[in-house]
Ligand binder design. Structure first.
Ligand SMILES: [Zn+2]
Length: 414
């Protein structure tokens, strides 16, 4: 894939920025003609009709929408996109760990983090939650890259103490987390139970409990992984119980996948208020399974949507949303009469407002005065009619992006 390049104007704009077009801030309603004013990283005014001055981007034929949020992405794994290597455990060993090992050099880690952010921004993603590598400087590399291209982020050092090459192990992970910043928070990221001893998991649970940081991990992605976890943790009643015993499950916990769960595990996740990151492209690429959206709904478990780069091959969140719809249709087509198939509007809401709100970013998704100025200017892929949102999801190309505004800064294709 060609890397999208971006020009970021780091100088604070001398005057407020006006964007005009069809304001699409509620996918369940028709967009309305209007404008927003942006100043110092915030939406400061919003109006209907023609803008009160010259627009920096947009126009009557353009859509103005909140930026996309990716709830589960591995920033270091972009170079591994499309590199298939069998099951999850083999793929990690043969494809992923060699790529993550390149972050051992702090300068290369910084360059790779910057490239990853550009790939995300190039697909309209303005905020993400995700994993870095296990290196102690990984968080610093990410923060430095964010200083240039300021996506909103919650990211953490991948914590592991076994089942990986030695050069990825032995990194201190139980250190104080950097204090949260307006657009960056460090999270606690146990990679998954296979790669973490019980004592490391407990320590990470303690660290998260002390700091209130987001716990972000993987759960029950593949059947052989689940069988291995059962052997590694014979005292636990289930994979989910492994994390619960370590104090890792709560309302600020986000687990990716959750494909192979027993009834008691669904109930435990619900009782703890845990959130699930559904990653449909990754689940198909690694043949892990098709997520049971209906079960999550039944248990009232919040579901976010993630690209899971590089198990997922596509950073564009509208195409991840499309994969969720395709997977849900497939589940029903294969005989699951209770399968839940979201609407296109539901899917668009998930990749904008819902993902943001569940990550704690309540000032995103509605283009209101006071909201964060993370905004997209989009060329509609067809007529602006009641199928607009569906057309955007099924016909998405990054080339539809006229402009991306991140933290109030206009980022434009070079
Ligand atoms: Zn993942």
């Amino acid at each position: 894939m060609v890397e999208w390049t971006a020009r970021v104007d780091n100088a604070p704009p001398s005057s407020p920025l006006l964007l005009s077009g069809l304001l699409l801030d509620d996918a369940r309603s028709a967009p309305s003609a209007g404008w927003i004013e942006i100043d110092r990283g915030r939406i400061t005014r919003r109006g209907s009709g023609s803008p009160p001055g010259r627009s920096a981007a947009g126009g009557p034929e353009r859509i103005i929408a909140p930026g996309f949020i990716d709830a589960h992405v591995h920033l270091p794994q972009f170079p591994a996109i499309g590199c298939d290597a069998g099951s999850l455990l083999t793929w990690l060993e043969q494809t992923i760990f060699p790529v993550e090992a390149t972050w051992a050099d702090p300068a290369e880690a910084a360059r790779a983090a910057a490239r990853g952010l550009r790939r995300l921004a190039g697909s309209g993603t303005t905020g993400f939650a995700g994993f870095l590598t296990s290196h102690r400087h990984a968080v610093e590399a990410c923060r430095n890259a964010l200083a240039t291209l300021p996506l909103r982020a919650i990211a953490g050092q991948a914590a592991m103490d076994r089942a990986a090459p030695t050069d990825l192990l032995g990194q201190p992970v139980l250190r104080p987390l950097p204090a949260p910043e307006p657009r960056f928070e460090a999270s606690v990221n146990p990679r998954f139970a296979v790669a973490c001893s019980a004592s490391l998991l407990s320590s990470l649970g303690g660290l998260a409990g002390l700091t209130g940081a987001l716990v972000h991990t993987h759960l029950a992605e593949q059947r052989d992984e689940c069988a291995l976890v059962a052997r590694l943790f014979p005292e636990a009643t289930s994979y989910t119980d492994v994390y619960d015993r370590a104090g890792l499950l709560g309302p600020r916990t986000l687990v990716a996948h959750a494909l192979h769960l027993g009834p008691a595990e669904w109930a435990l996740l619900a009782a703890r208020g845990v959130m699930i990151a559904h990653c449909p492209t990754a689940n198909l690429f690694l043949e892990s399974g098709i997520f049971d959206l209906a079960a999550a709904r039944r248990h009232r478990i919040p579901v976010l949507l993630g690209s899971d780069i590089a198990a997922g091959a596509d950073p564009a969140m509208p195409r991840v949303a499309r994969a969720m719809l395709d997977s849900a249709h497939a589940r029903r087509a294969m005989g699951d009469a209770h399968a839940h198939v979201p609407t296109a509007a539901d899917a668009w809401e998930m990749i904008t407002r819902t993902n943001a709100h569940l990550l704690g970013w309540h000032d995103h998704g509605r283009l209101r005065p006071g909201d964060a100025a993370d905004v997209l200017v989009i060329r509609p892929p067809g007529p602006v009619d009641p199928f607009l949102v569906s057309r955007l999801i099924y016909g998405w190309e990054d080339a539809l992006l006229d402009a991306v505004v991140i933290d109030g800064r206009l980022v434009s294709p070079a």
